[in-house]
Write a protein that binds this ligand. Structure first.
Ligand code: GUN
Ligand code: ZN
Length: 437
C-alpha cells in the first residue's frame, strides 16, 4: 500500500449535466494493489495509516490519467504536415507512411515511438487506430503490454480507394481480425477494436466482415471515422446510394452501438445525431486535427443537446501532438470561434472531456480519482519559475489553476504517470521525499 499525498483535481460529476470540478488541496489517496481504496483529507488518512509509505506529490497538481479516444499509431512520424485538406493529406502524408509498416521491424520502431508519445503526454488509456498489416498490430500490442497502458486497438480494414498495399479482402480482413482479437482481446489491459478505416475505403462486403468479427468476438469494440470533411462526405454519399447518411453506412451493418466510437462528426445532420444518441455511441472530437486539416468547427452544442456522448481524441498524426491538454485548449478555442452556436467550455468541461468522458466512451472504470477506481494518474509539475508554475502559485481558484494547466501545460510539465498504481513513465518521481527546492 502507498499513501499518495497531492493536490487532486478531477470531474466525477459530468459538467455537461451540471457537475462541478472536485478539488482537494491536501488529499490522501490510499493505493492498494493498484486501486484507490480510500480517499480523504491527507491528515485523516495519515492518522488511520501511520505506517504506510507516503508518495508526496504536493507540488503541482495530480489529475486522472488522460483518455485519448482517437489516435493513429502509424502516423507518429508524420505529425505536423499542416495545411492540406483530409483527402489530399491522406494521399500525400499519411498513407505513404502507413505503407511502410508492412516492414515489421519498421513498425516495431514506430510502435515504441508511439507508446512513448502517449505516456509522455500523460495518456493512460487510448482507443488506437492500428495498422493495415496484422504483424504491425501485433508489435504495437506487444509494446503496449510491455509499457502497461490501457489500449483498445485493432487491424485497420480497407478494400478500396487507397494505395494497393493497404488493401485487403473482406475474407482476409475477417480472418486476420479474428485471429488478432483472439490473441489480444482481454489480455491484461488490452482490448480489440474492429476498425474499418472509413466508409470511403470499405465496400459493403468489408463492413459485413467487420460486423461478423464484432459478433463472433463478443465484447470487442468498434471505431471508425465519420463526417470529417465535406469532400469526403460527398464521396461517401456517392458510394453508398442506399444509405440515409454517413452514420447510416455503418448503422446499416449493425456497427453503431454503445461500444462504438466514431471520430470527428463535424458535418453531422440532426438525423445522424439522433441516431448516434439512440444507439448510445460516442464521438471522438479531435480539435487540433479539425483545425490543421481545415475540417471545420465541431458542433459540440448540437451533440450535447441531442444527448450524444463526446470525448477528446488527439488524432495524431493529423492532430498536432499527443497532449490532451492541447486538445482541450483547442476545443475551447473552437467553441469560442463558433460564437452563439458554440458551447462555452469551462476548465471543468475540458478536464472531463480529457478524462472521465473518454473513460465513459470506452466503457472503462477510470477517468477520475474516486475511491474504488484504479490509480491511473498524471502528475503535472512544471519546473520552478516556468509560466505554468507561476500561474499555479498565483491561481485565484482551483478552476483558475486548471485553466492555466490547459493553457500552458505541455508534456514537459508531466512529472509522473501511473496506470493501476504502476509507474509507466520509466522514472522514479523526482521528489518522493519532498520538494527539492
Ligand atoms: N479518415 C480516414 N483515415 C483518416 C486518418 O488517418 N486521419 C483522419 N483525420 N481522418 C481519416
Ligand atoms: Zn483519425
Amino acid at each position: 500500500m502507498t499513501l499518495v499525498r497531492a493536490r487532486v483535481t478531477d470531474t466525477p460529476d459530468d459538467p455537461f449535466a451540471g457537475g462541478a470540478l472536485r478539488h482537494d488541496e491536501d488529499a490522501g489517496l490510499l493505493v492498494t494493489d493498484g486501486l484507490i481504496t480510500a480517499r480523504g483529507p491527507y491528515a485523516a488518512l495519515r492518522a488511520a495509516h501511520p505506517a504506510e509509505e507516503v508518495l508526496d506529490l504536493r507540488e503541482g497538481v495530480l489529475l486522472p490519467g488522460f483518455v485519448d479516444t482517437h489516435v493513429h499509431y502509424p502516423q507518429v512520424r508524420v505529425i505536423g504536415s499542416l495545411g492540406l485538406p483530409l483527402l489530399e493529406w491522406l494521399d500525400r502524408c499519411a498513407l505513404p507512411e502507413e505503407c511502410r509498416l508492412v516492414e515489421t521491424s519498421y513498425a516495431a520502431a514506430v510502435a515504441r515511438e508511439f507508446v512513448e508519445g502517449l505516456v509522455s503526454a500523460g495518456t493512460t488509456s487510448a482507443l488506437v487506430f492500428g495498422a493495415h498489416f496484422a504483424p504491425a498490430v501485433d508489435v504495437l500490442l506487444e509494446e503496449v503490454a510491455r509499457r502497461g497502458l490501457r489500449v483498445t486497438a485493432g487491424l485497420v480494414v480497407s478494400d478500396r480507394g487507397l494505395p494497393e498495399p493497404l488493401l485487403t479482402t473482406p475474407e482476409r480482413a475477417y480472418d486476420e481480425s479474428r485471429a488478432l482479437a483472439q490473441r489480444w482481446h482481454g489480455r491484461g489491459r488490452i482490448r480489440y477494436a474492429v476498425t474499418p478505416r472509413f466508409s470511403y475505403s470499405t465496400t459493403e462486403a468489408a463492413l459485413d466482415a467487420c460486423a461478423a468479427v464484432l459478433k463472433d468476438e463478443p465484447g470487442t469494440w468498434f471505431t471508425s471515422h465519420v463526417n470529417e470533411n465535406p469532400a469526403e462526405v460527398a464521396a461517401v454519399d456517392r458510394l453508398f446510394q442506399d444509405a440515409l447518411h454517413y452514420v447510416g453506412t455503418y448503422d446499416g451493418h449493425g456497427l453503431v452501438t454503445e461500444r462504438s466510437v466514431l471520430a470527428h462528426n463535424v458535418h453531422a445532420t440532426d438525423d445522424e445525431l439522433a441516431l448516434l444518441a439512440g444507439r448510445g455511441a460516442a464521438v471522438a472530437h479531435c480539435p487540433t486535427s479539425n483545425s490543421a486539416l481545415g475540417s471545420g468547427l465541431f458542433p459540440m452544442r448540437r451533440h450535447v443537446e441531442h444527448g450524444v456522448r463526446v470525448a477528446l481524441g488527439s488524432d495524431v498524426g493529423a492532430g498536432t501532438g499527443f497532449s490532451l491538454l492541447k486538445e482541450g485548449l483547442q476545443a475551447s478555442f473552437m467553441q469560442a470561434l463558433l460564437g452563439p452556436a458554440g458551447l462555452p467550455l469551462t476548465p471543468a468541461h475540458l478536464l472531463f472531456l480529457a478524462t472521465r468522458a473518454g473513460a465513459l466512451a470506452l466503457g472503462l472504470e477510470v477517468g477520475d480519482l474516486s475511491d474504488g477506481r484504479p490509480f491511473d494518474a498524471v502528475w503535472i509539475r512544471p519546473a520552478p519559475g516556468d509560466p505554468l508554475d507561476v500561474g499555479l502559485r498565483n491561481a485565484a481558484s482551483p478552476d483558475d489553476a486548471l485553466a492555466k494547466v490547459f493553457a500552458l501545460g505541455t508534456p514537459a510539465d508531466i512529472a509522473g504517470v501511473w496506470v493501476a498504481g504502476e509507474r509507466v513513465d520509466g522514472a522514479r518521481p523526482r521528489d518522493v521525499m519532498g520538494p527539492e527546492r
